[in-house]
Write a protein that binds this ligand. Structure first.
Ligand SMILES: [Zn+2]
Length: 470
């Protein structure tokens, strides 16, 4: 990873238009957090330490064990669903020229000199709850580091990362970076099976967003595991993660009043109260929409509709600087007279397409404001064949907007049973969890039970079962 400048960010002040906006009062600036791309790195002294540790390890080990099957990855080594609660923002930079860059699919989901895959979680909210990182294949742990601060948001070459380095066989290594402090769960000399939790996602080291940097190395060189028009050959993925280029919402919330945003990076440290019940009368409602892949010059409009479907307020947010933004978090306070009581709606439209339509309640008195538990989820259990067995994935199928009726952040309690014996429990902010291949054998009955919670109230538990192949 090449060391580079502090991430560019743009903070622009209020840009209000439309007939109703002019008469609004109590509205602060619209915050538009637009990040062309995130950047990360490895501190030079840590890099030197890892290279020495790998060299010493190889001397002890001798020639790498040769696998019969080709070297592949059966799953992405982090909890979550790519293109939903996980966003692959950077692949490796396959353009050798300085100052230009290109990913394997001939687009710009990378930055100059990047050497791995950066998969971003949404904010430090999810980091706090926990987002597991897993060993991508069976292997031997070569080197680890833990105990470094894990909420970095600015580029600083002195920042040391919490990391895990694993020998995955065939001369390949997995480098896993930026873990949450105190979360590294393996130690050098330990053998791990595919799908073993090795730590939690964080933002330690040279990192400006909570994410996993997953790097594939062969010998001394990094390798791009994905293949495509700008990187021909055999992919190292059983199911290659695509480049997500489509616009989508990865979080939405409503907050009573204005949210104080003292620092440039406040949007990542989101602890604003979330609700979907407001007391009748004049209110400032702060709408937060976290977007991925916002097209250049998007015309964004936010509307508040009363129970009759009539427009009570409309606010325009212009993003007219001609740039495409893979990450855009909008925080918009809207002053609105909320009367009568009933079901209101907040709508977000981008370039005339209705992107989301979120109901909220207006009630007569503060006593009627109640927290509601998360909604019921559906599960999908999938066996993922790996070299020595099967990793099982348990996927929560829900909506990142409607998962909770109050738009609260939801955490999921995963309980795994093999032949009715409890073998793994974890509370995670992610929409998937994995059961390591070492915990099962052929014909085992595997059960995954998931209970969603908003931190105060639990929603209904769901459960799914499969029998592994003979
Ligand atoms: Zn990276």
């Amino acid at each position: 990873m090449r060391l580079s400048a502090v991430l560019p960010r743009l903070f622009l002040t209020a840009l209000l238009a439309g007939s109703v906006a002019a008469e609004a009062s109590g509205e602060g600036p619209i915050l538009r957090m637009l990040v062309p791309r995130t950047r990360d790195g490895i501190a030079p002294d840590q890099l030197a330490h890892i290279q020495a540790a790998v060299k010493a390890y190889e001397k002890r080990r001798g020639a790498p064990a040769k696998d019969e099957a080709p070297y592949t990855y059966a799953f992405f080594p982090q909890a979550g669903i790519l293109g939903q609660d996980l966003f692959l923002n950077n692949f490796t930079d396959l353009d050798p020229k300085k100052s230009t860059f290109q990913d394997w699919d001939c687009s710009e989901y990378t930055y100059d000199g990047h050497t791995g895959h950066d998969s971003l979680i949404r904010t430090f909210r999810e980091q706090e709850i926990g987002v597991p990182v897993f060993a991508a294949r069976d292997g031997m742990v070569v080197d680890t580091h833990d105990g470094e601060p894990d909420m970095n948001t600015v580029w600083d070459e002195k920042n040391k990362a919490n990391y895990v380095i694993i020998d995955h066989g065939d001369g390949y290594y997995g480098w896993y970076f930026h873990f949450k402090a105190g979360s590294v769960a393996v130690s050098p000399g330990q053998t791990v099976t595919a799908g073993t939790q090795i730590g939690l996602t964080g933002s330690s080291g040279i990192s400006n967003w909570p994410h996993l940097h997953f790097e594939t190395r062969k010998g001394d060189a990094w390798v791009e595991p994905s293949t495509g028009p700008c990187h021909p050959g055999e992919s190292l993925w059983d199911e290659q993660p695509p480049v997500d280029r489509d616009l989508y919402v990865d979080d939405f919330s409503l907050t009573p009043g204005e949210i104080p945003l003292p620092e440039d990076d406040s949007f990542l440290f989101d602890d604003a109260k979330r609700t979907s019940t407001f007391v009748q009368g004049y209110q400032v409602v702060t709408v937060r929409v976290d977007l991925r892949n916002l097209p250049a010059n998007s015309r964004i409009s936010m509307r508040v509709l009363n129970p009759k479907g009539q427009e009570a307020r409309r606010v325009f947010v212009g993003v007219g600087d001609g740039s495409f933004y893979s990450l855009a978090d909008l925080i918009v306070p809207i002053g609105v007279y909320l009367s009568p009581s009933g079901t209101w709606r907040a709508q977000v439209t981008i370039d005339d397409n209705l992107l989301l339509d979120a109901p909220f309640q207006v009630v007569a008195t503060a006593r009627q404001v109640k927290n509601r538990p998360p909604r019921k989820v559906a599960l999908r259990l999938s066996p993922l064949p790996v070299g020595g067995g099967e990793v099982v994935s348990c996927q929560v199928q829900t909506s990142l907007v409607a998962e909770d009726p109050d738009y609260d952040t939801v955490r999921y309690r995963y309980e795994w049973r093999v032949n009715n014996r409890l073998v793994r429990t974890v509370t995670s902010a992610a929409l998937t969890d994995l059961l390591a291949s070492g915990l099962t054998k052929p014909r085992d009955k595997v059960n995954c039970k998931v209970t969603p919670s908003d931190g105060k109230a639990s929603g209904p538990a769901a459960s799914a079962q499969i029998t592994l192949a003979p």
